[in-house]
Write a protein of this length. Structure first.
Length: 182
């Protein structure tokens, strides 16, 4: 599994791209926190490799859907947003956790299709499995963190930067058009 921080970075990056003008601190806290929720199964006493253990049902798409619907149901009025748009976004960033975990180079696969199937997906990728823990990740001490910086943090930052630049260019082009009131 990637570090918990990497899951949060992916959620924050997605929020920056999809909802760049959201100013609510609660929104940004949820965008960073919801992708971390599936790893709460690390506190489970169930055996690793079971549906109730790590990388079990909390990493499934149905769990992500439940979290997305719950979080959106509790906040869409506060954020003054459409329920289904917010629910889909919260589902996607929560589901990104299991997808990212599948692209590590070790561990059991992910129960994406639970409860409909016990098939596991992954491990398929280049990211080494991080140690389970809540210490601040160090790129000097951890090979997993170095790989995460290259395979997740850097691409996420590049996507956010490109989207930001495209928005600036579009804004300037609209501003320069004759008759524009911007």
């Amino acid at each position: 599994m990637p570090t918990i921080y990497t899951h949060g970075i992916l959620g924050l990056g997605a929020a920056t791209v999809v909802f760049p003008r959201r100013g609510s601190l609660l929104f940004w806290l949820l965008a960073g926190f919801l992708p971390m929720i599936p790893d709460f199964d690390a506190f489970s006493t169930a055996s690793y490799g079971t549906a109730l253990g790590h990388r079990g049902f909390t990493h499934s798409f149905i769990f992500a859907l439940g979290i997305g619907l719950l979080a959106a149901g509790l906040t869409f009025k506060h954020f003054e947003m459409r329920f289904f748009r917010l629910a889909f976004f919260f589902f996607a960033i929560t589901a990104s956790h299991g997808v990212l975990d599948a692209f590590t180079s070790g561990g059991y696969g992910i129960l994406w299709l639970w409860p409909f199937s016990t098939a596991r997906f992954g491990p398929w990728g280049p990211i080494p499995v991080a140690d389970i823990g809540f210490q601040w990740p160090s790129p000097w001490a951890s090979q997993a963190v170095r790989f995460e910086l290259v395979w997740v943090w850097l691409p996420t930052s590049l996507v956010v930067a490109v989207v930001f630049l495209v928005r600036i260019i579009r804004w300037r082009m609209r501003k320069e058009q004759p008759g524009s009131n911007i």
